[in-house]
Design a protein around this ligand. Structure first.
Ligand code: UD1
Ligand code: CA
Length: 466
């Protein structure tokens, strides 16, 4: 055989119960898509048991182009083939499309069948299924689990002898519906066994669909493999199951972080989707961190902060209610409370960004301070420069953005503006209330405000009483 294992992920369904504008495999899940999870876990499992002798195929239907584009874009290093199921006539029909349209599908000793809508599946479970079929020399195994409310799942009916069969909810009688062992939709089968039986499956059931589950019969050499941890097999068919599954997945991430030494004040109210957080980092409640962010050691993230696709180095403090998107905070910098850091903000080591400061597309070197109420956009600021309160880089002329460059160890007085393009040298001093429109040489001083006029006793002309 050319391949040891081939995986097919059934992903043609519309997911109408989800009520999303996207095809179900692309339903957002912790920042990625639903299909990413079964796909990446099957790749992990196959790399382990079959190394290069493995193969992946997807059956697409609804939103075919969107799904295929997404996968081609995100799995460039993997060869993934597609079969198209124009009409969703059932899971067995989907499998037929796979074998009819992808030549290599038949060149696999074993076939792992998965559904795109089971994001919590782990590669270890898939490996276990594969080991069971091989070590017991079976023709097929189905992963099963027990639930208190089996509604919607196919019920597992074990026969006294060797095999078993599956009855779908719609076709089950009252007795059968009580069975709490259910079908996960995950199977490993000998490819030769599938090809022998798949084409004789009919659609004589309540749904009029071709059921893949009909591959299992009481007198066949097949077995249900019961898994203890059923939550790994939850199928996502509606928004409630989507939310529940995301919560379970997030709990897994948080547990693995805690084991590594990340501390949470109350993880029930913490939305952490990345496993890239260093030890002794301390995360307060109501913090959201997306899956693309990378956070170092000894970082403190205070309540209400939102961190998107950002890199935070060791020893940083993000004070309460800060919003960070596509930014880099270098080691030991402090930002917030209430800081808004927008794409391209690169905050140097030991810098300090205070409250109500907005920074966009700007590089701040080590030890820069922008402590209060400022806007810094399209700027470069040198080491240890201090920016006073209420400073603004006027970077936009109505048509184009321009750059502001400020050297090191300069002092920009409060309530000043720079009208870009403009540059200020090293060790300059800008008096407060100034508008800087001309470049400043190193060591220069600038002031651009009108002189103060004071008239004794004249205030009463302006003070009004009620
Ligand atoms: C299926 C199983 C059920 C099991 C449950 C586990 C069958 C008949 N039933 O039911 O026993 O308990 O999964 O979650 O297999 N799909 C296609 N083409 C089709 C139909 C479905 O590609 O024509 C895909 C869907 O996109 C989905 C997967 O197959 O990823 C499962 O289909 P779904 O309609 O969700 O099946 P369930 O009713 O959940
Ligand atoms: Ca399903």
């Amino acid at each position: 055989m050319k391949y040891e294992v081939g995986t097919v992920i059934l992903s043609a369904g519309a997911g109408t119960r989800m009520n999303l504008s996207l095809p179900k495999p692309l339903a957002p899940f912790l920042g990625k898509c639903l299909v990413d999870y079964p796909l990446s876990q099957s790749i992990k499992m196959m790399d382990k048991v079959a190394e290069s002798k493995s193969f992946t195929g997807l059956v697409t239907g609804h939103g075919k182009d969107l799904v295929e584009d997404y996968i081609n874009e995100n799995y460039k290093n993997h060869k993934i083939s597609y079969a198209f199921q124009a009409e969703q006539l059932g899971t067995a029909h989907a499998l037929k499309c796979y074998f009819d349209q992808i030549e290599d599908a038949r060149n696999c000793e074993y076939t792992l069948v998965m559904c795109a809508d089971t994001p919590l599946i782990e590669s270890e479970a898939l490996e276990h299924l594969y080991n069971e079929i091989k070590s017991n020399n079976l023709d097929g195994v189905a992963a099963t689990f027990e639930v208190s409310n089996p509604k919607g799942y196919g019920r597992i009916l074990r026969s006294g002898s060797k095999g078993f069969h599956i009855v779908e909810e719609k076709d089950a009688n009252e007795e059968e519906r009580k069975v709490q062992e259910v079908n996960s939709g995950m199977y490993v089968l000998k490819t030769s066994f599938i090809l022998e039986h798949l084409y004789s499956i009919g659609s004589e059931n309540k749904s009029g669909e071709f059921y893949l589950t009909d591959l299992f019969k009481d007198d066949f050499n097949v077995a249900p493999i019961l898994f203890e941890n059923g939550s790994s097999f939850i199928g996502v068919n509606n928004l409630e199951q989507l939310e529940k599954s995301e919560i379970i997945m997030r709990k897994r991430i948080i547990s693995s972080l805690r084991e590594k030494g990340v501390r949470f004040v109350d993880s029930r109210h913490t939305y952490v989707n990345t496993a890239n957080i260093g030890e002794r980092t301390f995360i307060h409640p109501n913090v959201s961190i997306d899956y693309l962010s990378v956070i170092g050691k000894n970082v403190t993230i205070e309540p209400g902060s939102v961190i998107i696709n950002s890199t935070i180095e060791d020893g940083v403090t993000v004070k309460a209610y800060s919003h960070l998107e596509e930014v880099t905070l270098r080691s030991n910098s402090v930002v917030g409370p209430y800081a808004r850091l927008r794409p391209g903000a690169d905050i140097g080591e030991e810098s300090k960004i205070g409250n109500f400061v907005e920074i966009k597309k700007s590089k701040l070197e080590r030890g820069v301070k922008v402590s209060h109420l400022s806007y810094v956009g399209d700027a470069e600021i040198g080491e240890e420069t201090n920016i006073g309160c209420g400073f603004i880089t006027c970077n936009y002329d109505g048509a184009n953005k321009h750059k502001t460059i400020i050297g090191k160890k300069s002092f920009i007085g409060s309530d000043s503006q720079t009208v870009a393009p403009v540059s200020i040298g090293n060790e300059c001093f800008v008096a407060s209330g100034s508008t800087v429109t001309h470049d400043m040489e190193d060591g220069s001083f600038a002031i651009s405000r009108t002189k103060q006029v004071t008239k004794d006793g004249m205030a009463k002309r302006f003070l009004k009483s009620k």
